[in-house]
Design a protein around this ligand. Structure first.
Ligand code: GLP
Length: 263
């Protein structure tokens, strides 16, 4: 795990966006000649994605998405053919609800980056058969040739996606009960805490760990404990993000406040 410390949230966004751009360029080259592209084409995608991003919601990566959109408009990175898979979605929240992750991803990723909406997927939070929907999502990721770069934020309790602290690490995409602290943290986006869904779908910890590269962005003092435990604590499902220490290509970009508990 490589930790990059910068002064401000703006610098986090610029540093992270440049790394995302480089990862997309690299994936485009590798996919043009390698197995990932062949895997996606073999699954019937006439236009196999040129690169595949895993994308997080939350406020942490918003600046990174904005900066990446700016780089694309300035012609400094080519985002054509880039596919994206959202990390998670609330259960039973209509896709039309402004705080559904379908809506959030459309506003902050698809539109901001100018991606083809047909190449952006979010778990179906309203599916009647939850298990089948999770399996479909995992299959879609595999058929796209896997995730080249997973962008992550981190919850104040150390969660990634909606993988909450637990006594074991999760595997594939699955349905979770949100913890009270997450419901509380996310209530700022809803009219009242009673409107916050109690359950969500999330890529599993294993799904996340399969990404070829992982980029975590974190800002502010509220994340200091979680960032410390992610980077320097024991690897334990009590802090799901700590497993990222075992990933072979994980970069954390954080501001001084988020790293204030790290020596
Ligand atoms: C939500 C999302 C996570 C995100 C976390 C932190 O729970 N499911 O993917 O990382 O919030 O959000 P923020 O970046 O707003 O602090």
């Amino acid at each position: 795990m490589r930790v990059i410390i910068v002064d401000t949230p703006e610098e986090v966004a610029r540093t992270a966006a440049r790394r995302v751009a480089r990862a997309i360029d690299r994936a485009r080259l590798v996919r043009a000649v390698g197995d990932r592209g062949r895997a996606a084409t073999a699954h019937g995608h006439a236009d196999a994605p040129t690169a595949v991003l895993g994308v997080a919601t939350g406020s942490s990566p918003l600046g990174t998405y904005r900066e990446l959109g700016r780089l694309a408009r300035a012609g400094e990175v080519d985002l054509s053919g880039v596919a994206a898979f959202a990390l998670d979605e609330y259960v039973s929240l209509d896709a039309a609800h402004p705080e559904s992750y379908h809506a959030v991803i459309r506003r902050t990723v698809t539109e901001e980056l100018g991606l083809d909406p047909g190449l952006v997927q979010v778990p179906d939070g309203t599916a009647a058969d939850l298990e089948a929907a999770c399996e479909r999502y995992e299959r879609a990721i595999a058929e796209a040739g896997g995730v080249d770069l997973q962008i992550l934020g981190i919850g104040t309790n150390g969660h990634i996606g909606f993988n909450e602290p637990d006594d074991h690490f999760s595997k594939g995409t699955h349905c979770v009960d949100l913890t009270e602290s997450t419901i509380q943290a996310n209530s700022r986006l809803f009219d009242s805490i009673d409107d916050v869904p109690r359950q969500a779908y999330t890529m599993g910890t294993q799904t996340i760990m399969y990404a070829r590269m992982i980029l975590v962005v974190a800002n502010g003092e509220a994340k200091a404990q979680a960032v410390h435990d992610m980077c320097y604590g024991p690897v334990t499902p009590a802090c799901p993000a700590s497993i990222l220490q075992l990933h072979t290509n994980c970069v954390v970009v954080a501001d001084e406040a988020a790293l204030s508990l790290c020596e």
